[in-house]
Design a protein around this ligand. Structure first.
Ligand code: PHE
Ligand code: ZN
Length: 874
């Protein structure tokens, strides 16, 4: 750790309002790559609730040039300053403080604060990057109005953008020019943004429900100008949806999105000037897959929705992050469900939640959706805060219905517009608007871990009564983790339905949402003629692990008949999981593996079922991920899981080879590329089917993939075929990889795919390939997308990363150390791959611990990585 950085722990319970408020901010930027000068004038007003005459402004790596109060330069004894703190004593109740600092964008590799990306200037301020630009009260409860003046070279910075409206511009005569921006809305400093450089604009417009015209501008590097239309249409759809569903209109005359190549996250909701990872903006059928298109639409929507849930109403402190993120993820999930298929969207989201969040919630980084403490806030942009947070919001929605939820949202905005508030404020608005009480929901905000829901059923033939007995509890977590002491039962809305055991028909009068608020309760269903089959936790109505004793036949029945698409899919996953775990045990014991007969039969039935769409079929026949299977084992055995899953796939493919070949052929016979929903669904199924076929490891099936690769007229089919070949022993594998590289090495986002398909391959020798690729001329640690494509993808490739000799751990350890000094945020994401070490055998534990200790002993370790590693080692 560098000596200027402090390893201070920040606690939620320590929140105090600021001693001063800031009403107005005037920023002036004189842009220069090495020596940018930032002049800041802030109008401050003493907070009468917190009387103090001392103002402490935080900074980070700043060079202070001058400071004055009310126009009078301060003498050295009237303030104390370091590169990260400026303390002003004896201030009057109101005054104007002016500071001048120098910063160096070109050497800023952390991508936080003001930095350069592809030669352009760009800022990132959430969570605490604004302090790397100027001394400030860098906390979200300080909301001010901003005016921003930018001066830069006309040649390198023809375009200079900031939040709000452009109110003036002038030529400065010396090859430089100046523009002035004003944002009429108050905002916290984390929503400030500046972008300057050589950019082109793709323009559109939107007319709001009340008839105001909004200019929509998508700013990209010149070569990408023809890849913006999908982003623009996504933005227009999002604006319309938020008006239709929540009555929320946009509130400025212009909405700008800028795409940049170097970005630590997905995108950022800066007021009126979103900055996006170019991955979530740029699309053409030749370079972006169907999944990319969908993600772009979802991320554009997410950032747009933040304008109300995040910007108009923001967080009081960073512990409240899920207030804006959980709510906004919930909103973008609902949006995507409305644009596509609610069932498929729900399945995709829950699969992601289980793979990522459930694992996080059972390891050393487990934390409540509203954490209690942090060293680096950047470490708490987690799937728990985002994804689990969204599930908590969904439960209010499930209990209140759309209308009740809308009433709660309306009241939330009526009470808190323009304010910085807490999760408690949100919960209270939801309750008050519906005359109900959500006090027990507080537990969801303060407890960590994934609850288990145990369900047993009892049938009383003579009474015609089914009883479902439910009990909830938390599994024990290793270590003394925050939010795991004295945990109490949480409110669980449990959507339940009954099916007739013979016909499979829905007994619709029994559809219900049950509420389990205590540790256990019985729920009764009366008046039944014969014993039904229960479908429990429909639509995944609560973020729990369902533990219900069900026979394989019952699961197969639900897989064939459940009218709830989520549970229909989940029954298949549960069935496959049980069989796979048994096979993994057989593999570990050196026994022959069972044939997956029951699943294989159900598999064939799904493929010919006309009542479901192709996207659902694709999901239903996709086996649970290796990492999800691992979570179900006492000690994760990555090799046995891999062997079992490969055998399972090959066996199913072998049993249905002709059907699969014919199906692939008919799906491949679709005409030229089209991006309507049905074509997208058909491509999705086609590519899952192709993976089954190629698992057979025959020249004929390899050739199907090779043909698809070379004949594809779109990136979806091409990338899928490449990924399948890269994971196979096909003799066409190398040629396809070379061809793809030759064609696309000039397009960074497509080159990322080339790295990613190889990093996700699990063929023998995959690990040394990843090591070799890290030395490839196209690899660089300065671009987060490239790092994630190779090392991020590899670190979740269970059987390869956890190779028993520890070479995978060593590779990751090397890169964590290499990256951490320049980009702490990126390094701390990577190092999190070691968080699961306690779940493996002692040999692997040792080897992972060796890397963790090696990283911990690095003398200049950044605080982001320090925090993750210390938690893991505790
Ligand atoms: N607030 C951004 C979002 O969720 C994420 C983000 C966090 C981006 C921190 C950059 C830095 O939309
Ligand atoms: Zn967000």
């Amino acid at each position: 750790m560098s000596d200027t950085e402090t390893m201070q722990v920040v606690y939620r319970s320590d929140y105090r309002p600021p001693t001063f408020w800031i009403d107005h901010v005037e920023l002036e930027f004189d842009l220069d790559p090495h020596n940018a000068i930032v002049t800041t004038k802030i109008t401050v007003r003493r907070n009468t609730d917190q009387p103090s005459r001392t103002l402490e402004l935080v900074g980070e790596q700043l060079k202070l040039l001058s400071v004055s109060v009310d126009g009078v330069a301060l003498n050295d004894d009237e303030y104390t300053a370091s590169s990260d703190l400026l303390v002003l004593n004896d201030l009057p109740a109101r005054c104007e403080v002016q500071t001048k600092v120098a910063i160096s964008p070109v050497t800023n590799k952390a991508l936080s604060g003001l930095y350069q990306t592809s030669g352009n200037f760009c800022t990132q301020c959430e969570a605490v990057g604004f302090r790397r630009i100027t001394y400030f009260l860098d906390r979200p409860d300080v909301m001010a109005r901003y005016q921003v003046t930018i001066r830069g070279d006309k040649s390198t910075c023809p375009v200079m953008l900031s939040n709000g409206n452009r109110i003036a511009s002038q030529d400065l005569g010396d090859g430089r020019h100046e523009v002035v921006w004003e944002d009429p809305h108050v905002k916290p400093c984390y929503l400030f943004a500046l972008v300057a450089g050589n950019l082109k604009c793709h323009r559109g417009s939107f007319t709001t429900a009340s008839g105001r015209d909004v200019a929509l501008e998508i700013w990209v590097e010149p070569q990408n100008i023809d890849k913006c239309q999908h982003a623009l249409v996504s933005l227009q759809k999002s604006m319309k949806w938020d008006e239709d569903v929540f009555g929320l209109e946009y509130d400025l005359d212009v909405y700008m999105i800028v795409a940049v190549n170097d970005f630590n996250m997905g995108a950022m909701e800066n007021k009126g000037l979103n900055v996006f990872n170019s991955k979530y903006v740029l699309a053409s059928p030749e370079t972006a897959t169907d999944d990319d298109y969908l993600l772009i639409e979802a991320v554009i929507a997410h950032e747009y929705f933040h304008n109300w849930t995040g910007n108009r109403v923001t967080c009081r402190d960073w512990f409240q992050l899920t207030l804006k993120e959980g709510l906004t993820v919930f909103r973008d999930e609902q949006f995507t469900a409305d644009q596509t298929s609610a069932a498929v969207k729900r399945i995709d989201d829950v699969a992601g939640l289980r793979a990522g969040q459930f694992a996080e919630d059972s390891g050393p980084m487990a934390h409540p959706i509203r954490p209690e403490s942090y060293i680096s806030m950047d470490n708490f942009y987690t799937s728990t805060v985002y994804r689990k947070g969204a599930q908590i919001i969904r439960m209010y929605h499930t209990l209140l219905g759309q209308d009740g939820f809308r009433r709660g949202m309306d009241l939330y905005f009526r009470r808190h517009d323009g304010c910085a508030v807490t999760c408690d404020d949100f919960r209270q608005a939801m309750a008050d608007a519906n005359d109900t009480n959500f006090d027990l929901f507080d537990r969801w905000y303060s407890q960590a871990g994934t609850p288990e829901l145990f369900v047993t059923s009892a049938w009383d033939e003579s009474a015609g009564r089914l009883t479902l007995s439910m009990r909830q509890s938390y599994p024990d977590l290793a270590g003394d983790l925050p939010g795991t002491k004295d945990r109490k039962p949480v409110p669980l809305p449990i959507r339940v339905g009954l099916l007739d055991a013979e016909s499979g028909a829905e007994l619709s009068q029994y559809n219900d949402v049950l509420l389990l608020e205590t540790e256990s309760a019985d729920f009764q269903f009366e008046g039944l003629d014969r014993q039904p089959i229960a479908s429990v936790l429909r639509d995944f109505s609560a973020p729990v692990r369902l533990r219900m004793q069900r026979s394989d036949d019952e699961l197969a029945f639900l897989m064939a008949h459940d009218t709830d698409a989520f549970n229909r899919w989940d029954a298949g996953q549960t069935l496959a999981t049980g069989m796979l775990l048994k096979m993994a045990q057989q593999a570990a014991d050196g026994q022959p593996l069972d044939e997956p007969k029951l699943f294989s039969d159900a598999f064939a039935k799904i493929l010919t079922d006309d009542s479901v769409d192709e996207a659902f079929k694709a999901l239903a026949i996709t086996l649970p991920r290796e990492s999800v299977l691992g979570q179900e084992m006492d000690v994760i055995d990555p090799d046995a899981i891999h062997t079992a899953r490969e055998f399972f796939r090959r066996s199913v493919a072998g049993s249905h080879r002709d059907q699969l070949t014919a199906l692939h052929q008919s799906l491949a016979a679709d005409g030229p590329y089209s991006n309507d929903q049905q074509s997208i669904n058909r491509r999705r199924l086609k590519n899952v089917v192709l993976a089954y076929l190629v698992s057979l490891d025959t020249p004929e099936t390899d050739q199907i993939a090779a043909d698809q690769f070379s004949g594809a007229d779109n990136m979806t089919d091409q990338q899928a075929a490449l990924a399948i070949l890269a994971n196979s022993n096909a003799e066409q594998r190398i040629a396809a990889l070379d061809e793809f590289h030759r064609r696309y090495h000039g397009d960074p986002l497509v080159l990322d795919k080339w790295f990613a398909v190889q990093a996700s391959s699990s063929r023998a020798g995959a690990l040394s390939e990843v090591r070799r690729l890290s030395g490839h001329s196209g690899f660089t640690i300065d671009n987060p997308n490239r790092v994630r494509s190779l090392l991020g993808v590899f670190s979740v490739n269970q059987s390869v990363f956890h190779q028993a000799d520890g070479k995978g751990y060593e590779l990751l350890g090397d890169y964590v150390l290499l990256i951490q000094s320049g980009n702490p945020q990126l390094a701390s994401r990577l190092v999190s791959a070691f968080n699961s070490y306690r779940r493996f055998d002692t040999g692997r534990q040792e080897l992972m611990l060796r890397q963790l200790k090696r990283i911990a002993s690095e003398p200049n370790l950044c605080k982001d990585v320090h925090e993750i590693v210390q938690r893991a080692l505790k």
